[in-house]
Design a binder for this molecule. Structure first.
Ligand code: SF4
Length: 346
């Protein structure tokens, strides 16, 4: 990292009409992409040493930290001055650091200031940070726990994927509560047998800790539900990517997905025109007897037919036979069985 002193750069921060905070250099105001593009030039300004504008009076702070390509942004501000423009500060450092490492590094650099600050991790959506615009709702800033966005999780367990192209692989299943649909035999050809109403609030940190605890050696996580797209966001994706290198998702396709997911399974339950996710690695349709071969609008590498399952996990012979005939007549499609239900494993 070279000379420690030059690893840190200070940028003042201002609030624009109390709508958010935008980085700026003295004499330059950068927002969005423009800011990111100008950063290399900004390094040359060598702003290190300009500490917080109000000096050590800013004794209580919240911190926002985000990892970007090769450097870390670290923002703090005075809680008591939240409503005032120019009360915030952002430090940038070369290298990717986690929150604690960044705190330690900051403490080594600025011991007098650090001991007076209270730092807390504030989740900054990756896309916003990527464009280098840190948007913080002003009315929420005085509530530190706001930084710990809760996700409602039904269960987290480690098992073997039972269906689709990835059947047989070991995965942590991160099952979110809630779904925007209510699949019924009369309309979708099967009754939803997934319990997704219960759940508990967990922060990204708690989810990560639980995953590490139950399967420290796992190399894949499946985001499932309920409907995981109702809750997942890029900060959570980034946090999970620190646990495993491979993230998969099972979604009904009615919501667009954040980036960073390695394997997308869309299982449409609604009319094609309602689907917002238009590409997938595999697309899987549940079919019962007399239901026709689907006409998918999603572009996928693999097209799967999954026979409708009964509430007890069994298959009706008529549904199985019907799906076998569908695949025989339409060889672009493959048959996908829910083997975990047949084997009675989770
Ligand atoms: S989309 Fe999936 S989880 Fe939601 S109701 Fe339908 S089968 Fe159940």
């Amino acid at each position: 990292m070279g000379d420690r002193r030059s690893d840190f750069y200070y940028f003042g921060c201002w609030s624009a009409n109390h709508k958010g905070h935008y980085l700026h250099l003295p004499g330059h105001v950068f927002t969005g992409r423009e800011c990111w593009n100008d950063l290399p030039r900004a390094w040359q300004h060598e702003l290190d040493g300009h500490l917080c504008p109000r000096g050590p009076q800013q004794i209580e702070g919240l911190a926002a930290l985000h990892h970007l390509d090769g450097w870390t942004a670290f923002a703090f501000w005075d809680r008591s001055a939240d409503q005032r423009p120019n009360s915030n500060s952002v430090f940038l450092a070369f290298g990717n650091f986690d929150f604690q490492a960044m705190r330690r590094l900051f403490a080594q650099q600025f011991p007098n200031i650090t001991e007076r600050f209270t730092f807390e991790l504030f989740e900054v959506p990756y896309r916003e940070a990527d464009t280098f615009t840190i948007q913080l709702p002003m009315d929420k800033q005085l509530v530190p726990t706001y930084s710990l966005k809760p996700y409602t999780v039904n269960e987290i367990f480690y098992s073997v994927q039972g269906e689709g192209l990835r059947a047989g692989t070991a995965n942590i299943f991160l099952r979110f509560s809630g779904c925007n649909l209510q699949c019924k035999r009369e309309t979708e050809g099967f009754d939803c047998d997934t319990e997704f109403t219960s759940g508990r609030k967990m922060t990204a940190t708690e989810i990560v800790d639980t995953c590490r605890q139950i399967a420290p050696h796992a190399n894949a996580i499946i985001l499932t539900g309920g409907e995981p797209s109702l809750q997942i966001d890029e900060p959570l994706i980034a946090a999970l990517k620190k646990v495993v290198p491979f993230l998969a998702i099972e979604t009904n396709g009615t919501n667009p997905l954040p980036s960073g997911i390695d394997w997308i399974t869309v299982s449409p339950k609604t009319a094609e025109h309602t689907l917002r996710q238009k590409v997938a690695h595999e697309v899987k349709y549940v079919r019962a007897q007399h239901q026709a071969i689907p006409k998918p609008s999603i572009e996928a590498q693999h097209y799967l037919i999954s026979p409708a399952c009964q509430a007890d996990g069994s298959y009706r012979r008529a549904d199985l036979q019907w799906c076998v005939e569908l695949v025989k007549e339409n060889p672009k499609w493959k048959l996908s069985l829910q083997t975990h239900k047949l084997l009675n494993v989770r």
